[in-house]
Design a protein around this ligand. Structure first.
Ligand code: GLU
Length: 281
């Protein structure tokens, strides 16, 4: 059975870009008579706002999407800890006490997520104290895994290139697990067969594929859809005040009509979303 998910982080209200993402995932599952899941990714304690959880549910209901909500990330910490212990036992995680500023100052190259970690703590040996992050020793992990591939429904077969990210943090100092570890474990636990999300997370899939292999998790298919952009070509974002779905909902707009419009204008056009938006402007 096809299982997809929408996995918002409750650090700001949903906007049209999220509606598009949720509709892609919903329709992909329902095309096959499958299931569409809502998973709230609330492990970033400093930024997560619990009052947004019910807003997200109301927004999906308003759009007319049928979903089943699964356990939010904040209630899955034990499984993240077990997985980190397993990776540590394999000898491919190492503790790191560097601050962001230290990493930025010492980095010699940029990865998709920011400065590449220069391996300072790997060379320095074990760092004492509880206040450490745990990084993946990418070279060892990639050696252990060998070549890996993954399939994207829109972009075809991909060779995994996790080394692009260098020694990523899988266990954070300030929050339990990293997005990469948590999302990968959850997709497996939730039985997700098609990971649908924006193409802005395309590169992260290289890491997720490696984590799946290392932890013996099932391998889904991916579907990275275009992301909605503003007229200036930048991604729609809550921090730039894209109109919240909740505000439109409270103002009495018809959510099903909004969803129908998203489907009519942004789906099945054969053109990219940015072009679609430019043409309707
Ligand atoms: N929680 C992530 C976000 O809101 C999405 C993660 C995913 O779909 O894998 O950007």
């Amino acid at each position: 059975m096809t299982v997809t998910r929408f996995a918002p982080s409750p650090n700001g209200p949903l906007h049209l870009g999220h509606a598009y993402s949720a509709i892609v995932a919903h329709d992909r599952a329902f095309r096959d008579g499958g299931a569409f899941l809502l998973r709230i990714e609330d492990i970033d304690g400093a930024r997560s706002r619990s009052e947004l959880h019910h807003e997200f549910r109301d927004d999906l209901d308003w759009l007319g999407l049928h979903y089943r909500e699964v356990t939010p990330q904040s209630q899955r910490l034990a499984s993240y800890r077990t997985a980190a212990d397993d990776l540590r036992a394999m000898g491919i995680l190492y503790p790191c006490s560097c601050t962001r500023a230290e990493v930025a100052a010492a980095a010699v190259a940029q990865g998709p997520d920011g400065p590449l970690y220069p391996g300072t703590c790997l060379r320095r040996g074990p760092v004492p104290g509880p206040d450490v992050a745990w990084r993946l020793d990418m070279e060892q992990a990639a050696l252990l895994a060998g070549p890996l591939e993954w399939m994207d429904e829109r972009h075809g077969l991909q060779c995994a290139r996790p080394e692009l990210f260098g020694d990523v943090v899988l266990w954070r100092k300030d929050a339990p697990a990293s997005y990469h570890l948590a999302a990968t474990l959850d997709d497996a636990a939730d039985g997700v067969t098609h990971v649908t999300r924006g193409v802005d997370l395309f590169q992260a899939t290289h890491i997720h594929r490696l984590i799946q292999h290392l932890l013996g998790l099932p391998v889904p298919v991916w579907h990275h859809h275009p992301v909605l952009v503003e007229a200036d070509g930048r991604k729609l974002a809550k921090r730039r005040d894209a109109p919240a779905l909740a505000d439109r909902r409270r103002a009495g707009e018809d959510g099903r009509a909004v969803a129908a419009e998203v489907r009519a204008t942004l789906f099945d056009t054969g053109i990219s979303l940015s072009d679609a938006i430019d043409q309707s402007a």
